[in-house]
Ligand binder design. Sequence first.
Ligand SMILES: NC(=O)c1ccc[n+]([C@@H]2O[C@H](COP(=O)([O-])OP(=O)(O)OC[C@H]3O[C@@H](n4cnc5c(N)ncnc54)[C@H](O)[C@@H]3O)[C@@H](O)[C@H]2O)c1
Ligand SMILES: [Zn+2]
Length: 359
Amino acid sequence: MEVTEISAGRHPVVLGRDALRAFDRKLGQEDYSAAFILGDENTLRHCLPELLAQVPRLREARTLLVPPGERSKDLAVSTDIWRHLAEEAADRHALLVCLGGGVVTDLGGFVAGTYKRGIRCVHVPTSLMGMVDAAIGGKTGVDLAGLKNMVGVFHDPMAVYVHLPFLKSLGKRELLNGLAEMIKHGLVRDAQLWTDISGATLHDIDALTPLVERSATVKAEVVKADPREEGVRKVLNFGHTIGHGIEAHSWESPQRMLLHGEAVAIGMVCEAWLSWRMDLLTREDYDRITEQLLALYKPYQFDSADNHRLIELMRNDKKNSAGQFRFTLLTGIGQAKVDVHVTAAQVQEALEHYRLLVR
Ligand SMILES: NC(=O)c1ccc[n+]([C@@H]2O[C@H](COP(=O)([O-])OP(=O)(O)OC[C@H]3O[C@@H](n4cnc5c(N)ncnc54)[C@H](O)[C@@H]3O)[C@@H](O)[C@H]2O)c1
Ligand SMILES: [Zn+2]
């Protein structure tokens, strides 16, 4: 079998041409009472036939469908799934297979982590974001009152099986969305990955394969070192403090809503600039990073009057305890430093810098 297995500490990430076959074999060794497959309309349409072809042991599994999109990360949707599982008499030995992007794995992981105090789940990510980030690491959750990931649990999947051909039906905007996290992984941990991404063609699955593997490895290694996000896992927050502010700001005018990765790409420009301003990063590296990101991601326009609102949105972010901004900044390409104190005035300067850059 042609598979690569990476350890994320409490669960493996299995990649390679035969990843799904490895999943089928694994099912043959597991004792479970019934299997359920959770997916959204897109993933059940585009990916389920291939999953069932390669994992015949799932052919008897019931499918559970949720609408696509972030809105499904919701307690009412979770309740529907819990109820459905109960109606199907799913017991503690049932298995939930989450086939989808980060929405399906976050939601499915949460439902599995709480149903009967926890049943096993397996993640089969179908979006690039899912393959390199969301499906790995056992963080699950749903949104509440418009706030992201407010309710959740840590619940590790039994394993994550990554099958790259699923990406064939994913649109370019979604590919770029996931690519932003790959760029981040390169910037905080793997300079060579970052360089190689710059020359990659997104639609070429063969070219993308080793990059996905290395990006998933960065995520897995960081998670392994810090499963409960108490220390080093914070390196993954690079670009996210300002990125989350931009993301939330874009949601206030629905006609220009950004995807998470698009907002993080902007956050990375701002935070690389802060890294330079705080003498952690050279100007040359800042310039290289900015050039790459501006070439890939469309500019986000706002007025200087919006800076205030953006900072307010960042303050609401649960990571910024007691109004203090603590950033993960770069000390080079491939290296980061966590818990750097940054003042609101410096954040404002970074926003203003970006604003003028793309005006
Ligand atoms: N738990 C974590 O550590 C973690 C990390 C990063 C992101 N996330 C979460 O992940 C979510 C975002 O994930 P996402 O970007 O994958 O979003 P998503 O799950 O909504 O998928 C994006 C879109 O692509 C579609 N899609 C997925 N795979 C497809 C395929 N192969 N072919 C065609 N269409 C396909 C989906 O139906 C959806 O419309 C957010 O809720 C975010 O909070 C979680
Ligand atoms: Zn992210």
